[in-house]
Design a protein around this ligand. Structure first.
Ligand code: PMP
Length: 284
């Protein structure tokens, strides 16, 4: 059976799921999206993802043509059409088809795409052994230019940093902001543990406020793990006892070296492992 893809209220076989070459999502990266997970028939934190999607769209003056409740139903019905209980879901809303100019007024109707597929970002051994990272020279786009809180279809900045990571033999890369502070990775948020205190950069550091990040913060608070949102520098990373990343696809994954500096004892740390276990329990 061919994977069914939702486009503007209809389901199409993957081979026939097509949008206009005049869509400004393609021509200009003018659109917003979400990466969402379903576990055992339940979409994880769907309300939070839908809220972020509608907020991203609002910030770009894209009016999503259906209400949030209908969007949620469309996600579930696409999964049902594909007989899926576990899925990696991509919800995209582009500005829609216009002409070759920038003018969004030429795009009368935003285009909604829902893809319910699968993704395995990292192989199981990376969860056991942890990741090696580098810090990229490509900085996060400053918030005054484009808020990283908008999850837009413009990922070139992150892709350039990811390429730096890949060329250095790493699967992810740390991105700094224009002040040289730690922001996040190319598709994941970053946490460290130092002297028992869990730390992560605040939204003002120029990060996407991850749904997984927020779930992990809640788990840490419940477990009475001391937690602080604060500015982090490369020095803080190098001298951390533990480091891990969070994201919808990655969930929680340990980092064991950054720029060739071993983190802690070079193995996934205790707090990291405890939080990974707690996070996985949330998705059961
Ligand atoms: N930062 C960036 C730049 C991202 O693209 C993502 C999502 N892939 C994240 C952080 C993690 O966010 P979430 O936990 O909501 O997936």
């Amino acid at each position: 059976m061919s994977l069914k893809i939702y486009i503007d209220g209809k389901l199409y076989d993957k081979e026939n799921a097509k949008i206009s070459v005049f869509d400004h999502g393609l021509l200009y990266g003018d659109g917003v999206f979400e990466g969402i997970r379903a576990y055992n028939g339940t979409v994880f934190r769907l309300d939070e993802h839908i809220r972020r999607l509608y907020d991203s769209a609002k910030a770009c003056l894209i009016e999503i043509p259906i209400p949030p409740e209908e969007f949620k139903k469309a996600i579930y019905s696409t999964m049902k059409a594909n007989k899926q209980k576990d899925a990696y879901i991509r919800a995209v809303v582009t500005r829609g088809a216009g002409d070759l100019g920038l003018d969004p007024r030429k795009c009368p109707k935003p285009c909604i795409i829902i893809i319910t597929a699968t993704i395995q970002l990292y192989p199981p051994e990376m969860y056991e052994n942890g990741l090696d990272l580098i810090t990229a020279s490509t900085q996060r786009i400053p918030s005054v230019c484009l808020s990283p809180r908008i999850k837009s279809c413009n990922y070139l900045n992150n892709i350039l940093a990811k390429l730096e990571g890949i060329r250095a033999g790493c699967v992810e890369a740390v991105m700094l902001n224009d002040k040289g502070e730690v922001a996040e990775c190319t598709g994941d948020n970053l946490f460290i543990v130092r002297d028992g205190v869990l730390k992560t950069p605040p939204p003002e550091a120029g990060i996407l406020e991850g749904v997984t990040r927020n779930a992990v913060i809640e788990l840490a608070r419940k477990a009475k793990i001391p937690f602080k949102e604060c500015v982090l520098t490369k020095y803080d990373l190098y001298t951390a006892d533990e480091c891990f990343l969070t994201g919808t696809a990655a969930e929680v994954i340990a980092v064991v070296s950054i720029d060739s500096r071993k983190i802690g004892n070079g193995k996934p740390g205790k707090v990291t492992q405890a939080l990974l276990k707690k996070f996985r329990a949330l998705t059961k």
